[in-house]
Design a protein around this ligand. Structure first.
Ligand code: CDP
Ligand code: MG
Length: 154
């Protein structure tokens, strides 16, 4: 059985502007994932460059860092069984044009550069720790039990 783990998710500036933060939170909550940390911030240029360091050499890097710093974002940490892979499934393919209906990107976005939500890469084993550390101190993540946990897990 997969481990319960913590994964990093962020509502991007387009989600905030389009009033989709609640929808993103709802979908993760209703699936059974547990919110253990959240903030409302505007990212600095340095934070954006560090967050997207793996894409430094890509042609879309400058547009991406301009966009991600263009307005407030909502960084979050979600916990649950196999959370990283399950969140990637809920948000859908990177390109909303390819994302399946029923996924967040497949339901709320059309353009690759405006895909409303970020989540840590489940194929990069260091991604969660690196991204969580970039936005949260350990004491800002809260340990608690959801009242439905005994009904969510066998
Ligand atoms: O966000 P995700 O992990 O699904 O995709 P990524 O490959 O890590 O790319 C990071 C972000 O860069 C994407 O979410 C897109 O917003 C953006 N991007 C882009 O604008 N043009 C591309 N050709 C690829 C990615
Ligand atoms: Mg990525």
């Amino acid at each position: 059985m997969s481990e319960r783990e913590r994964t990093f998710v962020m509502a991007k500036p387009d989600a905030v502007q389009r009033g989709l933060v609640g929808e993103i939170v709802s979908r993760l909550e209703e699936r059974g994932l547990k919110l253990v940390g959240a903030k409302f911030i505007r990212m600095s240029q340095a934070q954006a460059e560090e967050h997207y360091a793996e894409h430094t050499d890509k042609p879309f890097f400058d547009d991406l860092t301009d966009f991600i710093t263009s307005g407030p974002v909502v960084p979050m940490v979600w916990e649950g069984q196999d959370a990283t892979r399950q969140v990637r499934g809920i948000i859908g393919d990177t390109d909303p044009a390819e994302a399946a209906p029923g996924t967040i990107r497949g339901d709320y976005a059309l353009d690759l550069g405006r895909n409303v939500v970020h989540a840590a890469d489940h194929e990069d084993p260091g991604a969660n720790e690196r991204e969580i550390d970039l936005y949260f101190d350990e004491e800002e993540l809260v340990d608690y039990e959801r009242i439905d946990e005994t009904w969510l897990y066998e």
